[in-house]
Ligand binder design. Structure first.
Ligand code: BJW
Length: 250
């Protein structure tokens, strides 16, 4: 639970809001057992070097290593279940007229929880695309080769995620920027707010006059700028926020 109660003014603004945008990061899936990236000890980047695994150069140098690392991550995510934080956002979507869920996560847990309006900024772990053609590939023939090959051109397949130095999917980013710039209420949940251009979205919302709320047990570079900072785990704070806004108290 949050150290402090949820501010009544925030509960009131949520209840009255028509347009809400939410940006999530790895922290929302932490309580499902999916590792974050940058947390000391437990984050993926504490154990693995992103330059060897999450850049196009890394894939060109060692495609087998990269493919196998993502296969391992897929297996971890398959064993995980959506948590109370994911489920609270499903409920928020049902209550808000115009709701957009923007996620940096590639784990698909928001969709498995039941959210519909999802913009996946950094792709999805369970999709593949052709490295040469940069086009999605739905299926490919069984083979011993790792990574498998594109059935169209014979190029190597890669995970359909966004690596450092790569452009985000343009239409998805545009939709996210629009949602941020038109939201009355913007939530930044479980993200270190370090990776761009996602980290610009809360500022776009602030510049457009939105109320910006951060939910995170740790401070981030965004923290000094937000309207409300809820210091704690998303899986505890989000259900409490939904209950405070919409559940009858008697
Ligand atoms: C909890 C919790 C609980 C724990 N409840 N919270 C402008 C300025 C500076 C740099 C750049 C810039 N523009 C572009 C860049 C370069 C780069 C970048 O941002 N680098 C910075 C790191 C400095 N950006 C890019 O390269 C992007 N592309 C781009 O900009 O293209 C245009 C361009 C191209 C070429 C040249 C120039 C421009 C692409 C970024 C792609 C990021 N990809 C990854 C990997 C995805 C695939 C995979 O999963 O392997 O995306 S990196 C990784 O970071 C992943 C995440 O989506 C992303 C964000 O991480 P996130 O979600 O914030 O996780 P953490 O671990 O950092 O934080 C977790 C948080 O949760 C913590 O705060 C905890 O406290 C909290 N938490 N438990 C709530 N229970």
């Amino acid at each position: 639970m949050s150290e402090r109660p949820i501010p009544p003014e925030l509960i009131d603004r949520l209840r009255r809001a028509h347009r809400v945008a939410v940006l999530t990061g790895a922290g929302i899936s932490a309580e499902s057992g999916v590792p974050t990236f940058r947390e000391a000890q437990t984050g993926l980047w504490a154990r693995y070097n992103p330059e060897e695994l999450a850049t196009p150069d890394a894939f060109q140098r060692n495609p087998k290593l990269v493919w196998e690392w993502y296969t391992w991550r897929q297996q971890r995510v398959r064993q995980a279940e959506p948590n109370a934080g994911h489920r609270a956002l499903v409920e928020m979507e049902q209550r808000i007229a115009e709701f957009t869920l923007i996620t940096q996560n590639v784990d698909g847990l928001h969709r498995r929880a039941g959210s519909h309006q999802i913009l996946e900024l950094h792709g999805n772990l369970f999709r593949a695309k052709c490295f040469s053609e940069d086009r999605p590939v739905e299926s490919w023939p069984d083979s011993e080769e790792i990574p498998p090959r594109c059935p169209r051109c014979g190029g190597l397949l890669r995970p359909d995620v966004v690596w450092f130095g790569e452009m985000l999917p343009a239409a998805t980013l545009r939709a996210a920027e629009h949602a941020a710039a038109t939201a009355e209420l913007f939530f930044s949940i479980g993200t270190s707010a370090l990776v761009y251009p996602a980290a610009d979205l809360p500022f776009a919302a602030l510049n457009a006059g939105a109320t910006v709320v951060e939910i995170n047990p740790q401070p981030t570079p965004l923290s000094p700028h937000v309207t409300f900072s809820l210091n704690g785990a998303a899986g505890q704070i989000l259900p409490a926020l939904i209950a405070a806004a919409w559940e009858p108290t008697t």
